[in-house]
Design a binder for this molecule. Structure first.
Ligand SMILES: Cc1cc2nc3c(=O)[nH]c(=O)nc-3n(C[C@H](O)[C@H](O)[C@H](O)COP(=O)(O)OP(=O)(O)OC[C@H]3O[C@@H](n4cnc5c(N)ncnc54)[C@H](O)[C@@H]3O)c2cc1C
Length: 390
C-alpha cells in the first residue's frame, strides 16, 4: 500500500485548513493537505461578507478577491421598520471561490503536498504514537503523521474519534439557503438584513451586493424551528417579493454552527480549527476571519512543536488553545449569549429596538446608544440580559 508520511496532516482545504497547511509548511514542516472535493472552495457555500479588520488580521487582501466594498448597512425589523447604519466600518464581499483556490496554491508554494478528491474516512492514533488517516483515494489511501489538524468544516466527524463531542443541538445550527440574484434594484455598497420569524425564524435574511446589479441573497433558520425544505421555500418567496423579475441562480443549502466554540481545541496531538471547532460568531454566523486566524496560528504552533521535539508535544500544541481563548474566547462567548438572548426575546423586542433606533441619526449610532435605546424601551429585559451575560 502507498503510505505517505508527514509531520502534519491537515484535513479540509477551506480557509482554516489551507492557512494551517501554509503556515506549517512555511515554518519548515513536512505537510499535506487533504480535501474531499475535486476543487477546494467550489461550489461556494457562503455569503462572502467579511470586515476589513477581520480579514487583515491574518491576510493582506488581494484586489482579485474583492467583489464589492461595503460602506453602509440597513436593518429591517420584523414589522418592516428600517434602521440605517451610516458607518458600519469598512467591509468586503469576497470572491470565495478565488480566495479559497489561491490559499491552497499558497500552501503548495510553501511546500505543502495537496491531495484533492481525497475524502478522509477514518483518523486514529496508532500504538506507536503516530496518527493515521485512511482516505478514499486509490493511489494514496494512507497518510501517517506526528500531528493532525482537523479543518473539516461544520459537518466534522473525525474529531469524534478523539473524544470530542461535536454533535450540534438543533438550537446551535442555522440551516441556510442562499442564491445569486441579478436585479436592477440592488444597491452596490449597502448590505441589508431582514429579521423576524416570518422572514427567517431564529435567523435573518441577508442581501450582500456582489457587483453592480448582483447580490448574494440568503437566509438562516435556527435548527429547532426548521422543517425540511423550509429555508429554500422562504428564500425563494422572499426573493420573489423583494426582487420581482430578478434572475436567480446557484441556489444551495448549507449549515452554520452557532453554538459555543469547542473546548479544548487540542487533544493528544490533534488540533481543531475553523467551523470544525465552532469558531463562528453565533450572532451573525460569520466564520471566515476566525478560520483564517485559527488555521494560521495552529499551523505555526504545530510546526514549532515538531521542530523543537521531532514530534507533536501536547504542552506546546496547547499554546494554540491559549492564544485563541485569549484573543477571541470572550468575544465568542458574548456573541453566543447575545444569540440566546435575541432568540428568547422574540419579534416584538426587535421591533421595539428598531422603533427607537429609527429616530436616531444613523451616522451617530454606536453600541452604547443601541444598548441604552434597547433597554429604555424594555427595562425588564435588562435583568434577563444580566443573567445571560454575567
Ligand atoms: C450559507 C452560509 C453563508 C455564510 N456566510 C458567511 C459570511 O458572509 N461571512 C463569514 O465570515 N462567514 C460566512 N459563513 C461561514 C463560513 O463560510 C465558514 O465559517 C468558513 O468557511 C469556515 O472555514 P473552514 O475552513 O473551517 O470550513 P470550510 O470552508 O467548510 O472548509 C472545510 C473543508 O473540509 C472539507 N472536508 C470535509 N470533510 C472532509 C473529509 N472527511 N476529508 C477531506 N476533506 C473534508 C470540505 O470539503 C471543505 O472544503 C457562511 C456559511 C454558510 C453555510
Amino acid at each position: 500500500m502507498n503510505t505517505n508520511k508527514y509531520d502534519i496532516v491537515v484535513v479540509g482545504a477551506g480557509p482554516a485548513g489551507s492557512m494551517a497547511a501554509m503556515s506549517a509548511a512555511a515554518a519548515g514542516a513536512k505537510v499535506c493537505l487533504l480535501e474531499r472535493k475535486p476543487v477546494a472552495g467550489a461550489p461556494v457555500r457562503c455569503g462572502e461578507g467579511i470586515g476589513h479588520k477581520g480579514l487583515t488580521l491574518t491576510l493582506e487582501p488581494r484586489p482579485e478577491w474583492i467583489k464589492a466594498e461595503i460602506t453602509r448597512a440597513r436593518m429591517v425589523s420584523p414589522s418592516g421598520i428600517e434602521v440605517g447604519i451610516g458607518n458600519p466600518g469598512k467591509a468586503w464581499i469576497l470572491d470565495r471561490e478565488k480566495m479559497d483556490a489561491d490559499l491552497v496554491q499558497d500552501a503548495v508554494k510553501h511546500g505543502a503536498d495537496y491531495f484533492p478528491s481525497t475524502p478522509v474516512i477514518t483518523a486514529e492514533k496508532l500504538p506507536n504514537g503516530l496518527y493515521r488517516c485512511m482516505a478514499k483515494n486509490e493511489k494514496h489511501p494512507e497518510f501517517i503523521a506526528s500531528c493532525l489538524i482537523l479543518a473539516d468544516g461544520v459537518e466534522s466527524r473525525l474529531a469524534r474519534n478523539f473524544g470530542w463531542n461535536t454533535a450540534l443541538r438543533p438550537h446551535d445550527i442555522e440551516t441556510c439557503a442562499f442564491a445569486r440574484v441579478r436585479s436592477a434594484d440592488i444597491k452596490p455598497d449597502c448590505c441589508v438584513f431582514h429579521t423576524g420569524s416570518a422572514a427567517a425564524p431564529g435567523g435573518y435574511v441577508w442581501i450582500f451586493p456582489r457587483s453592480k446589479g448582483m447580490a448574494n441573497v440568503g437566509l438562516g433558520i435556527i435548527g429547532s424551528r426548521c422543517t425540511p425544505g423550509l429555508p429554500k421555500k422562504l428564500l425563494l418567496e422572499f426573493i420573489a417579493r423583494r426582487f420581482p423579475d430578478s434572475e436567480v441562480t446557484d441556489v444551495h443549502c448549507g449549515g452554520v454552527p452557532v453554538g459555543r466554540w469547542i473546548r479544548p481545541l487540542v487533544k493528544k496531538g490533534v488540533m481543531l480549527v475553523g467551523d470544525a471547532a465552532r469558531q463562528v460568531g453565533a450572532i451573525n454566523g460569520a466564520g471566515i476571519a476566525y478560520s483564517l486566524y485559527a488555521g494560521k496560528t495552529a499551523g505555526a504552533i504545530a510546526a514549532k512543536s515538531i521542530r523543537a521535539d521531532g514530534s507533536a508535544n501536547h504542552r506546546m500544541l496547547r499554546e494554540y488553545h491559549k492564544q485563541w481563548a485569549k484573543r477571541f474566547g470572550k468575544q465568542q462567548d458574548r456573541s453566543f449569549a447575545l444569540k440566546e438572548f435575541i432568540l428568547s426575546a422574540g419579534d416584538r423586542f426587535l421591533d421595539d429596538i428598531a422603533k427607537s433606533l429609527s429616530k436616531e441619526d444613523p451616522e451617530k449610532l454606536n453600541y452604547l446608544r443601541v444598548f441604552t435605546r434597547t433597554f429604555a424601551s424594555r427595562p425588564k429585559l435588562l435583568w434577563k440580559a444580566f443573567w445571560l451575560f454575567r
